[in-house]
Ligand binder design. Structure first.
Ligand SMILES: *[C@@H]1O[C@H](CO)[C@@H](O)[C@H](O)[C@H]1NC(C)=O
Ligand SMILES: *[C@@H]1O[C@H](CO)[C@@H](O)[C@H](O)[C@H]1NC(C)=O
Ligand SMILES: *[C@@H]1O[C@H](CO)[C@@H](O)[C@H](O)[C@H]1NC(C)=O
Ligand SMILES: *[C@@H]1O[C@H](CO)[C@@H](O)[C@H](O)[C@H]1NC(C)=O
Ligand SMILES: *[C@@H]1O[C@H](CO)[C@@H](O)[C@H](O)[C@H]1NC(C)=O
Ligand SMILES: *[C@@H]1O[C@H](CO)[C@@H](O)[C@H](O)[C@H]1NC(C)=O
Length: 446
């Protein structure tokens, strides 16, 4: 028997994004849950981080369609990033497409600390990245407001070139005896020193946690201001580095984008995870070890199963084609034939003649509509989404749009992305030892 005592030790943090015209106010709260496990259990008791997005609405100076346009173009940049990951066949830098020029906004933040004594940091959470990184002193081109002060942490150490982990980061180089790497993220390119120090997360301490210490932003300016925590499945991610404690198992619940509080939670470790949850196998892709691939086998709109050419859904490790779950994209992207079939059946069922386009969405209506449910079929798991997960509404006026889109035209990667809007108010479980991904409905909107 287990007793769980939620501890109300929430730390709230308000972070005003640097760019005033995208002034999302993101609030992250950290809550640790203490579990009194029975003595027979040697499992880590589990930890929960909760994440609150203070403001789901758009910046007042933008119209709704401008706002949707901006989100869509951010998503397009994100998509290019994911598909470059997906098609890359070597550890060399992948080409950066022009879509990367857009600002990439981190949607979710978590509060952690690095160093001894601990220095608090608010990092963007990203399930499609591995190694963490933070701005370090004398970084050129980093946001001036913030850095992790390495001089104040005696446990901080740069990694030497001979360390095997130096071969697991993108574009590693050796300068003197120390390891550096170059990476691109959301339109920016940066150079960082591979380093280690203690990570404090959800009440746990991980000594010698490996991360990048930013020393130069080579181009672009859209990096999350305090850095990023990677939760991908590849080497040096949180998932990999905390494996002995959290057993490469975590789950998250993304809150509704309609909620002003936009709250959610990240739960680390196998304890406290949903047991009766529908799951589908995770598909490892050795060519692109970061991403969480699953086998999407079909799509149902209402009761009709769509005729989608099988190759639009087939997992191909060599090309990167297939379907991934991603928390950093806002609206799902489907390869063109799959999206065309979905859109056609959706429009047929809605049966309102006047269909318009708004900011990258091509299936919008004036006034309330009765939308069919959309079911994504995965190997062993069906996920049925109602209007909350399929429609985006204007905050004023009556415009409503199907909240998905086709993959950008200029990318031919065959990648389908199941994105945040379609995951909201669901718990998504990643269980790497069990090689499975689970989805269960769970309202987590405050
Ligand atoms: C990393 O970026 C620096 C520029 O800051 C450049 O001099 C170096 O050649 C790059 N290294 C690799 C491996 O791309
Ligand atoms: C946000 O959450 C707080 C409590 O955490 C609640 O009092 C408030 O009503 C919520 N606001 C909205 C708009 O849901
Ligand atoms: C995906 O599921 C289909 C249908 O069950 C199956 O034929 C196919 O082999 C699966 N693909 C992978 C990579 O597991
Ligand atoms: C269709 O909707 C648009 C935008 O609301 C409106 O301007 C147009 O008049 C409508 N057309 C018809 C035929 O109703
Ligand atoms: C959508 O699915 C929900 C739950 O599965 C169901 O209650 C609802 O009636 C469905 N809506 C439509 C329009 O079929
Ligand atoms: C998912 O839905 C499809 C089509 O409706 C059905 O054939 C299949 O049995 C369902 N699978 C599960 C695991 O419920």
């Amino acid at each position: 028997m287990k007793l769980s005592l939620p501890q109300p030790s929430a730390l709230f943090l308000h972070l005003n994004m640097a760019s005033p015209n995208l002034s999302f106010i993101l609030v992250a709260a950290l809550v640790s849950f203490l579990f009194l496990a029975d003595s027979a259990s040697s499992l880590h008791p589990g930890s929960t981080l909760s994440i609150i997005h203070a403001q789901g609405s758009y910046p007042p100076q933008l119209s709704w369609s401008e706002y949707l346009g901006r989100i869509s173009s951010n998503d397009a940049s994100r998509f290019l990033y994911l598909s470059n990951l997906a098609v890359s066949t070597t550890k060399k830098a992948t080409p950066i497409a022009s879509g990367f020029q857009n600002l990439h906004l981190p949607n979710y933040l978590v509060k952690i600390a690095f160093g001894n004594p601990p220095q608090p940091l608010t990092l963007a959470l990203d399930t499609s990245n591995d190694v963490a990184w933070v701005p370090c002193p004398s970084c050129s081109g980093c946001p001036p407001s913030f850095f992790f002060n390495t001089a104040k942490s005696p446990s901080f150490k740069p990694l030497r070139c001979g360390d095997p982990r130096c071969q697991q980061v993108p574009n590693p180089t050796c300068e003197g005896t120390y390891c550096f790497f170059n990476m691109s993220y959301g339109g920016a390119n940066f150079n960082a020193a591979l380093s280690r120090d203690t990570l404090h997360i959800a009440g746990d301490d991980f000594q010698n946690y490996v991360f990048g210490c930013l020393r130069k932003v080579i181009s672009g300016s859209s990096l999350p201001p305090q850095g990023l925590l990677g939760l991908g499945r590849g080497p040096n991610s949180l998932t990999s580095q905390t494996q002995e404690t959290y057993r490469s198992t975590f789950s998250y619940c993304l809150p509704s984008i309609r909620s002003r509080n936009f709250s959610g939670s990240l739960r680390l470790g196998p304890v406290g995870q949903p047991i009766n949850i529908k799951t589908t196998p995770l598909l490892p892709n050795p060519r692109r070890p970061t991403l969480y691939y699953v086998n999407m086998t079909g799509i149902v709109v209402g009761r009709r199963r769509l005729a989608i050419p099988p190759e639009a859904l087939t997992f191909d490790p060599a090309t990167g084609a297939g379907t991934v779950f991603d928390s950093g994209t806002m609206f799902s992207r489907l390869v063109a034939p799959a999206y065309a079939a979905l859109r056609q059946e959706f429009r047929r069922r809605v049966a309102v003649k006047n269909v318009t386009s708004v900011g990258g969405f091509d299936t919008c209506y004036e006034g309330p509509i009765i939308a069919p449910n959309i079911t994504f079929l995965f190997d062993g798991m069906n996920v049925t989404l109602g209007p909350e997960n399929t429609l985006i509404h204007s905050s004023f006026g009556n415009t409503v749009c199907l909240a998905m889109a086709a993959s950008p035209d200029n990318v031919n990667s065959g990648l389908n992305v199941i994105a945040g809007m379609q995951q909201q108010n669901h718990r998504v479980l990643i269980d790497l030892p069990g090689q499975r991904l689970g989805v269960a409905r769970e309202p987590c909107t405050v």
